[in-house]
Design a protein. Structure first.
Length: 114
């Protein structure tokens, strides 16, 4: 999720849902933690007014790169290439794409550290 009003959005989601928002070092991105779910369940990005606010449907997958290959093969468009975040919890890979009719989706994989 991208917002230009991070404190309002944080308060809203932490009140409506039992979300924990965990900041990432040197970033305006906060991972969403949900009780009973190990790892990151999503994230909120402070766009500081540099872009329109948006939210996107995200699916957990085994292999982000393979899904991106299939998206392109089937006529979709990669709109946000694979990004890797490696921290003390594990390795998260994520990418965003549009299907052939312009719907935006994201895929993510997470490998916890042992």
């Amino acid at each position: 999720m991208s917002t230009d009003s991070i404190s309002t959005v944080e308060q809203f989601y932490q009140t409506v849902f039992p979300w924990q928002l965990n900041p990432t070092p040197d970033s305006t991105y906060k991972f969403v933690g949900v009780e009973g779910f190990e790892g990151n369940a999503g994230g909120i990005y402070d766009n500081k007014g540099a872009e329109a606010n948006w939210s996107i449907y995200c699916m957990m997958v085994e292999d982000v790169d393979e899904v991106c290959r299939q998206v392109v093969d089937e006529g979709g468009l990669i709109t946000y290439p694979t990004e890797v975040n490696d921290d003390e919890h594990g390795v998260m890979k994520a990418a965003q794409f549009e299907d052939p009719s312009g719907n935006r989706f994201a895929v993510v994989s997470f490998t916890p550290k042992s």
